[in-house]
Design a protein around this ligand. Sequence first.
Ligand SMILES: Nc1nc2c(ncn2[C@@H]2O[C@H](COP(=O)(O)OP(=O)(O)O)[C@@H](O)[C@H]2O)c(=O)[nH]1
Ligand SMILES: [Mg+2]
Length: 460
Amino acid sequence: MEWNAEDTIAAIATPPGEGGVGIVRMSGPRSRAIAAEIFISSRGRDIRSARQRVYHGHIVDAAGQTIDEVLLHVMRAPHSYTREDVVEINAHGGPAPLNAILQEALRHGARLARPGEFTLRAFLNGRIDLVQAEAVIDQIRARTRAGLQAANAAASGALSKAIYAVRDVLREALAHIEAAVDFPEEDLPDLVNKSLFARLRGAHRQIRELMDTADAGRMVREGAVAVIAGRPNVGKSSLFNALLRDARAIVSAQPGTTRDRLEEYITIAGVPVRLIDTAGIRESGDEVERIGVEIARQALDSANLALLVLDATQPPAPEEAQIAGELRDREIPVLLVINKTDCAAVAPENPWPETPLAAVCAVSATHGTGIRELEAAIAEILLGGAGIDAAQPMITRQHQKDSLRRAEESLQRLFDADGVSPEFMALELRDALAALGEITGETTPEDILDAIFANFCIGK
Ligand SMILES: Nc1nc2c(ncn2[C@@H]2O[C@H](COP(=O)(O)OP(=O)(O)O)[C@@H](O)[C@H]2O)c(=O)[nH]1
Ligand SMILES: [Mg+2]
């Protein structure tokens, strides 16, 4: 990563388009000097020596023409997002003023910031660790309160703290063992004494607990896709509307009404769920409907869950068993929804014992009965029964889980090899520490760092 702390970087920090305000942000040693070239304070202040506060004035171009009336927020190192000198120019939120201000900043020596470069500097300057830096993207992209809570917990350092607590135990153990290697004549039994061993086991348990939060954490961050499938006219669109609590899809007694695919986001237990209503899956002579059926099959490609709807007033059909089997073969959990139970009382039981289902629910889409229970069943499947504990830090990324697994396996080998050479124990502890360091950024390879920060938007 080419990164030069001497550069002063600049970017538009607010999204493109029109807004009440827009912000051009600068960070680096020349921030105030550059601001002084383009900003005229209403009170004649010299921005070069400005204190940490907000100044009113105008941004002007080389000819002295006013570009915009602005508020200039001066932050002095280390009291800023990046820990560097930062100037944020609050202007009118339109492309013309913001681009013109950015151009003036660049003309006076600032360099255009790369995606995520402000956050990268906060990380490289030690204000936040990698867990916190990644949480910044999650805060911006969170789609539910639960997602935001998880991101906030990570951004505040709660997740890092849990990882550092484990790390400290491992470090202490390593120090003991290395001392024993250096001074072999010392009493060996003392080298990993009982209490330290117990704490290593505790650390091992904590790693596992963190790993257990990964599936729920990923669901909260990335969301899930649930596809409603089933024969025509069983009430798929009615169920879609019931879950949305809105009459979005056309419901009709005429089979084959839904030919397109409809999607909406709903939130279930804090998980943003993309709910897809499809055409009924059946062989069809009608060209438009056949395309709809094809779309239904494609929608399943990205599905985390299928809601297979059955009509309680009709006996289960062979083609429904076939759909259930097809879904199972594709390893998509199937939640069987027996609908129209207002017309026929049917127990929520699996009619195909040879095809295991994730759950069975009985509902009436038009009356709204059983919908809460259905949502609870969906949550159970998506979150693996773990649920979301807002007080508990969660890991939300695959690479975090991979690293935790490496650390966990190293410790497991250490325990399994009970009492072997201190050299071996030291080796496993070092590996485990390196794995943990990749989560917090202490030992993360540069290409991975690059990839992580490339995911940010410009200006963040
Ligand atoms: N009695 C009753 N009728 C329902 C229920 N759900 C759907 N229907 C009716 O079944 C028909 C087909 O519904 P629709 O949602 O369009 O089914 P789709 O073809 O699977 O999307 C419509 O006449 C609905 O009013 C229900 O829970 N109870
Ligand atoms: Mg429909």
